[in-house]
Design a protein around this ligand. Structure first.
Ligand SMILES: CC(C)(COP(=O)(O)OP(=O)(O)OC[C@H]1O[C@@H](n2cnc3c(N)ncnc32)[C@H](O)[C@@H]1OP(=O)(O)O)[C@@H](O)C(=O)NCCC(=O)NCCS
Length: 280
């Protein structure tokens, strides 16, 4: 078996077992985005890609696929080893999946350590009355865009700092395309007496049902839990008044003001894991 760069030709003639994978041609963005195929007997038996996000640079995301009839023969491990040699920096890999997904067993066998858990996310909008409302909550539509972008970046930065720190200049990539997907009427924010945005419940309308991301903009925010509850409650009320019945949330078990609110909304669904895999 040998390895070579994954090409545009490989993508064009890709077998059905590649579908659903995050694969692109080698160097598709730059030296931080690499991919390869494993060849055996003149045939492609596996493919894999590693990439650094434009927002985070502490770990390379990895995706691998092995020919379904050739699994459990060490090929996945072998291509992971090869991908490790393509890293532009000596940092570990990251992977993610629902806790009951088979691919996480491969990650675990390769020494995965859980870095974050995303709790079940589907919520019935009628549960919003279990949250307190807050008088200072308002629609994002009435607030200057640059202040929302700055608040979004601040919220994102501190909620990731302990387990997946952002890279310098991450704000541009983070906020790219934000206004194409943000529901500014349903999204809610708290603006304090000094005019500072202190909490957000951002509603994304490019998913079905819509998705809410909510937290304060600083870790140590006075009344943080109440501000987040109030923001979420308003966002959910707007969606309910439009006739919707459900919403999804995206957050982490380590988000100290979001998780208590979510727990009251009786979410259902599957738990999700993000793991670090040491480079072999
Ligand atoms: C995940 C995948 C790449 C593993 O490829 P592979 O060639 O079978 O991996 P390996 O043979 O190197 O397996 C190494 C170890 O991982 C674990 N493992 C891999 N697949 C497993 C499975 N389905 N169930 C339980 N353990 C598994 C085992 O411990 C295995 O060692 P063992 O066979 O000696 O018990 C392959 O199953 C696949 O292509 N899945 C579909 C695509 C996918 O989910 N990709 C995500 C990868 S991040």
């Amino acid at each position: 078996m040998h390895f070579q760069s994954l090409t545009e030709d490989d993508l064009r003639s890709s077998p059905p077992w590649w579908h659903d994978r995050n694969l692109a041609a080698d160097f598709w963005r730059d030296g931080e985005t690499r991919s390869a195929v494993a060849i055996d007997g003149g045939e492609i038996v596996a493919a894999g890609a590693i990439w650094l996000s434009r927002v985070h640079d502490a770990r390379f995301w990895v995706d691998i696929v092995v020919h379904p009839e050739m699994r459990r023969q060490g090929i996945g491990t072998a291509i992971l080893r090869h991908l490790a040699t393509l890293r532009s920096r000596d940092i570990p890999f990251a992977a993610r999946g629902y806790v009951d997904e088979e691919k996480m067993l491969f990650a675990d066998a390769r020494g995965a350590v859980t870095t974050q858990i995303v709790p079940p996310a589907r919520v019935d909008l009628s549960t919003r009355t279990s949250l307190r409302s807050h008088a200072q909550v308002q629609a994002v539509a009435g607030i200057d865009r640059s202040r929302i972008e700055a608040a979004h970046a601040a919220m994102y930065q501190w909620t990731h700092e302990t387990w997946s720190p952002v890279r310098p200049g991450f704000e541009t990539a983070l906020n790219e395309g934000l206004w194409d997907v943000l529901d500014v009427d349903a999204s809610a924010a708290v603006v304090d007496d000094q005019g500072r945005v202190s909490a957000l419940a951002l509603v994304y309308r490019d998913t079905d049902p819509p998705l809410i991301v909510a937290e304060t903009t600083t870790r140590h925010q006075a009344e943080g839990e109440h501000l987040v509850e109030g923001s979420i409650r308003r966002a959910m009320a707007i969606l309910a008044h439009r006739g919707l019945t459900n919403v999804d949330f995206d957050g982490h078990v380590s988000d100290p003001h979001f998780l208590p609110a979510l727990s009251r909304l009786r979410p259902s669904g599957r738990w999700f894991r993000i793991v670090e895999i040491p480079a072999p």
